[in-house]
Design a protein around this ligand. Structure first.
Ligand code: FEO
Ligand code: CA
Ligand code: CA
Ligand code: CA
Length: 681
């Protein structure tokens, strides 16, 4: 067994390689949010203003409790109860112990299988992957690099035929090419990287007797790359801020980038967030534009040097190209001829994801987080109402819902005296990190609610709008999603190692730890359970880290029975309503590998977090999909540890031997389980 190198000389617990290529070393730069808006609780304790399927499309529902188990036919039962000595349904597995193995480790009695790897062909006639003979042309027809989000869209009642949709967040060139020279990348290497970004759609067939999923060529298979045309829609479409020399309309963008996490809509389409887009654009420094700085677009040359091969990545030549990224994109995997969309009404920031909930009257709500230290949580409420049915016309209509509505940002207020939030993670005297909050409107159509900003500016420079209205600075809002039956919204707040550093905001009740290495999981309950409400209550469900440490909290569950977890990233729900969380930076806990965890959110086991699997060394766990038959995870950036590269690989997962590591999707299942609660019940 080989161990991960110690990473303690690094401000992030991720490998330097991952930090550079994933987010352009965001943790090493000063935080872009230097706004003066303070946490409300720091200023004065006050009451807030009280005014305050089979095919997925077939399951659109309208009740306030509307839920959508993206891949399940079973529904969660909030009243489902178990004896105190009995594991909740869906979570009856023995927790996997923390480890540093170069393997995916699953609980005893479970099996696993690699579904698809970086470079696997998606179309007939495409050559098999050859690490030493890769080309951009081949890459554009093969599975991309660094899969992050995954969705499984069943195409039949048994879920035997599915469309697997994944994104490819970023490329790590030193892991992709022998002898990579970061100062002098070749044009072909750059073109391969453009083709390795984006998203994939591939049909996968499930074995009738197991969870094994086999990719197949089908007319639905697609690749979305840096050159796929996207239609820009919503109130900022056609804005001067989005026009370039290549696109004087401001309505047609080539490509999507740094797609991180996503969601399945009730109408069967996929949403994906464009996250760390800032790192791809060169020569911002000389422009000295505070709007660029606020988004972390700084400096001269970029890390990947794309600006040498396409002028659109050079702000000196195309100052608006950067404004055409940072959006939520929507694609319809059910229609292989459809044009994907960028939705400007959801605002522009480092979108981690967007997830939909349908209100009782049919309007839809989208939640999205801005994943950076001290950034905000947003909510969008549509004007239009969802149309039932699985027809192409219904999907076309429903794909317009995110084009027209009102965008809000969250303000969170604690209910404990500020003096009790001392930064150590010690619970305040009321026993909870909790309080109330409100959604503050930013813009609706062409109407701005932010003084000094037009609606267009609010949509394109949404971070600045959040600053002006006093939004709450959170600890890296990652994935956010409403529980399918209770509607309670769960948000992973990954970490914030800058909280409380000189000149930075200190502890607040929703972000209660200084130099927060391990993150927390937030629960938001909309008033009266109505997703359209503009007021909510909130509490911290988990305060992550080593359960033996006094600063951790697992909803009050005995801590000697829970698994350690650091840096929650993606969230998902199983058909029983349990929450599943993937982690990104477990190395912060004794150098261990990242994992996937399941935890009940109700009943006597609420907070009983257990590790379901771990991923190989250097990897993070992403995109969990939890169905009755199979658990899917994306294993992103395996082998990315300090000092590793293609000439010195320290992981050989998944192919073994002396092979190069390859980001891949993995399926896990329990053999012999045929009933619809196969995930360990
Ligand atoms: Fe790409 Fe926010 O993780
Ligand atoms: Ca409290
Ligand atoms: Ca993420
Ligand atoms: Ca991540």
């Amino acid at each position: 067994m080989r161990h991960l190198p110690l990473l303690s000389n690094h401000s992030s617990s991720r490998a330097a390689l991952t930090c550079e290529y994933r987010c352009g070393n965001a943790c090493f730069h000063d935080v872009p949010n230097t706004s003066a808006n303070n946490y409300l609780g720091d200023v004065v304790q006050q009451l807030i203003d009280r005014r305050t399927a089979f095919k997925a499309g077939a399951v659109v529902a309208f009740a306030a409790s509307t839920g959508f188990a993206a891949t399940g036919t079973a529904t969660a039962d909030p009243e489902e109860r178990q004896r105190p000595d009995q594991a909740p349904r869906g979570l009856d597995f023995k927790a996997v112990a923390p480890n540093q193995l170069d393997a995916v480790v699953v609980p005893d009695g479970y099996q696993q299988h690699v579904v698809i790897r970086w470079g696997d062909p998606l179309f007939p006639g495409v050559p098999q992957f050859d690490f030493d003979d890769q080309t951009a042309e081949k890459q554009a027809q093969q599975f991309g690099f660094n899969c992050d989000f995954a969705a499984l869209l069943p195409q039949d009642p048994l879920g035997l035929v599915n469309l697997l949709v994944t994104n490819h967040e970023y490329t790590t060139e030193p892991m992709m090419f022998h002898g990579y020279d970061a100062n002098n990348p070749t044009e072909e290497q750059v073109r391969i990287a453009w083709a390795a970004h984006g998203l994939s759609v591939v049909m996968v067939r499930r074995s009738a007797t197991s969870g094994k999923l086999t990719p197949s060529f089908s007319r639905f298979n697609r690749r979305f790359t840096l050159h796929t045309p996207f239609e820009v829609r919503g109130p900022a479409a056609g804005s001067d801020l989005l026009k370039t020399s290549v696109d004087p309309t401001g309505k047609r963008v080539l490509g999507t980038m740094n797609n991180c996490s996503g969601g399945v809509t009730p109408w069967g389409t996929i949403l994906s967030g464009e996250e760390n887009f800032n790192q791809y654009f060169a020569n911002a420094g000389p422009l000295n534009d505070p709007r660029l700085t606020r988004y972390g677009v700084t400096g001269t040359a970029t890390g990947r040097k794309w600006e040498r091969f396409d002028k659109r990545f050079d702000l000196a030549q195309e100052p608006n190209e950067v404004n055409r990224f940072g959006w939520v994109v929507e694609l319809d995997p059910n229609d292989p001829t459809s044009t994907p969309v960028k939705h400007t009404a959801l605002g522009r920031f480092k979108h981690e994801t967007a997830n939909i909930r349908v209100a009782a009257d049919g309007r839809v709500v989208a939640y999205s987080g801005d994943d950076e230290r001290f950034e905000y949580i947003y909510k969008f409420i549509s004007t239009g109402k969802v149309r039932k049915g699985d027809s192409k016309a219904a999907r076309r209509h429903n794909m317009t819902l995110l084009d027209d509505g009102t965008l809000y940002v969250g303000r969170f207020t604690g209910d404990s005296p500020p003096a009790e939030i001392d930064g150590t993670g010690k619970l305040p005297s009321d026993g909870n990190f909790d309080g109330s909050g409100e959604w503050i409107p930013l813009a609706s159509g062409d109407r701005s609610f932010v003084e000094g900003m037009t609606a267009e500016e609010v949509y394109v420079f949404t971070r600045l709008a959040g600053d002006k209205v006093g939004a709450t600075k959170m600890d890296r809002p990652e994935d956010i999603q409403a529980h399918p039956t209770t509607g309670v919204v769960y948000c992973a707040l990954s970490n914030n190692v800058d909280r409380g550093k000189p000149g930075k905001e200190g502890a607040t009740e929703p972000n209660p730890r200084l130099l927060n290495k391990h993150g927390q999981v937030l629960e938001v309950t909309e008033r009266r359970g109505d997703p359209l409400a503009l007021a909510f209550s909130w509490n911290l469900f988990l305060v992550c880290g080593d359960p033996a440490a006094p600063d951790t909290y697992f909803a009050g569950f005995p801590k000697d029975q829970v698994s350690p977890i650091s840096s929650p990233d993606n969230v998902a729900f199983d058909p029983h309503g349990n929450l599943w969380i993937s982690s990104d930076s477990a190395a912060a806990l004794n150098g261990n590998n990242d994992g996937l965890f399941g935890v009940p959110v109700s009943g006597s086991h609420r907070g009983h977090l257990k590790q379901f699997l771990t991923v190989p060394r250097g990897a993070e766990t992403c995109g969990p999909v939890i169905t009755e038959r199979v658990v899917l995870v994306c294993v992103q950036h395996p082998g990315e540890v300090d000092g590793a590269n293609a000439d010195n690989p320290v992981s050989h997962w998944p192919d073994g031997g002396t092979s190069q590591p390859r980001p891949s999707v993995v399926a896990v299942w329990k053999p012999g389980r045929r009933q619809p609660d196969g995930i360990g019940s």
